[in-house]
Write a protein that binds this ligand. Structure first.
Ligand SMILES: [Zn+2]
Length: 282
């Protein structure tokens, strides 16, 4: 599933083609993609609007809309498993698997393609309220080691499910949590409130370093349908240290990388670098 680096890449690449354009028409091929709206209500909400800005928040791509120069809500796109966004010349019939398409005033069309149909393209009246539950953005200047440390020390959850929780920290998913915990030498089942401040500092550094490197490589295209809007795969899968490396040697210490399930998610770790929180029974 696309995570912060992949969604950031899509946002950056799609922005120049759509920012400032006016939506002149809509096509809806799969109603559920609209997240509860009807086709006529969706058309009324977005048709005639100008796409003022394109931005990412957590794993959402937000298209802020304006009508007659005034804020008029936003389109919130979530790619989920197989969603793709791209802009192309408007044809007569959208391609198979295009669930929503927006006609633009330059003769092109913003298309949301989604084989497995879990993705969403939802009109929201109040984007701030829609996003209010989300945790901090890990690459923004306000997200300091101290902020992470303060948040960790008052929580008893295991690190893996806690870091996946978008209300705790925005944008991380299964790949980047496994990679960050390995880089920080922290076991995925460690309770957040057992960390010491240096542990939190290593985790903070690892999260930021890995996310920045992955954005640089336009994300990872390992076991997903992820492609950039230009149709290219990302490159970051070649940098994985533990994710999808079950049975292979840890690049840092040579011990065998294990996979097991934590909080219902497949989890990869090196148990020599990431020591378990409790000694095994017996
Ligand atoms: Zn290791």
């Amino acid at each position: 599933m696309p995570e912060l680096p992949e969604v950031e890449t899509v946002t950056r690449l799609i922005r120049p083609s759509v920012a400032g354009r006016t939506i002149t028409g809509t096509y809806v091929g799969w109603l559920r993609t609209l997240g509860g709206s009807t086709k006529p209500a969706f058309r009324r909400a977005v048709s005639g609007c100008c796409i003022a800005t394109v931005r990412r928040r957590a794993k959402h791509i937000l298209f802020d809309l304006e009508r007659d120069g005034k804020a008029a809500g936003a389109l919130a796109v979530h790619l989920r498993m197989t969603g793709r966004l791209y802009v192309e010349r408007r044809g007569d019939t959208p391609a198979a698997h295009v669930r929503v398409a927006l006609d633009l005033d330059d003769g092109k069309s913003l298309q949301f393609h989604d084989v497995r149909k879990f993705g969403r393209c939802v009109f929201v009246k109040d984007p701030d309220a829609f996003l209010a539950h989300l945790g901090p953005e890990p690459l923004e200047s306000g997200f300091t080691t101290q902020v992470l440390w303060n948040a960790l020390r008052v929580r008893r959850r295991q690190l893996k499910p806690l870091l996946l929780d978008q209300d705790f920290l925005a944008g991380l998913g299964n790949i980047y949590v496994d990679e960050a915990l390995h880089a920080a030498r922290l076991h995925p089942e460690r309770r957040a409130n057992t960390l010491r401040k240096p542990d939190a500092a290593r985790l903070h550094t690892a999260i930021q370093r890995i996310l920045r490197a992955a954005i640089e490589r336009q994300g990872a295209s390992f076991d997903t349908f992820y492609r950039t809007p230009e149709g290219q795969p990302g490159d970051y899968q070649h940098e994985f240290q533990v994710y999808s490396k079950t049975g292979q040697p840890c690049p840092r210490c040579g011990a065998t990388i294990r996979r097991w399930v934590v909080g219902q998610r497949g989890t990869h770790a090196c148990l020599r670098c990431q020591r378990p929180p409790r000694p095994p029974a017996g």
